[in-house]
Design a protein around this ligand. Structure first.
Ligand code: SF4
Ligand code: SF4
Length: 83
């Protein structure tokens, strides 16, 4: 009987040896966002843009499909605006 080949599980490790857990943003709270653009500048995939929403410049995730889940945007946001 031939053995079925199962896909191998791959785990990416962080520098401290712990498994990498993707930190995909779930959205941005525009009430908290001040439009400082820190998240726009830090995103390596250019997923986030500043846009005018309800008369206020705020960060909007425009290309979530390119997000690699590094979580940099959440880390740098001084307003804790990421969901
Ligand atoms: S998690 Fe990383 S790639 Fe995704 S939107 Fe935030 S900074 Fe960009
Ligand atoms: S870092 Fe936070 S406050 Fe600044 S633009 Fe991005 S979501 Fe808004």
């Amino acid at each position: 009987m031939s053995e079925l080949k199962r896909p191998r599980k791959r785990v990416i490790l962080c520098q401290d040896g712990s498994p990498f857990v993707p930190q995909y943003p779930g959205g941005i709270n525009i009430e908290k966002c001040t439009g400082c653009s820190e998240c726009v500048e830090v995103c390596p995939q250019n997923c986030i843009e500043l846009k005018e929403v309800e008369g206020k410049k705020v960060a909007v995730i425009t290309k979530l499909e390119l997000c690699i889940g590094d979580g940099f945007c959440k880390i740098v946001c001084p307003e804790d605006a990421f969901l």
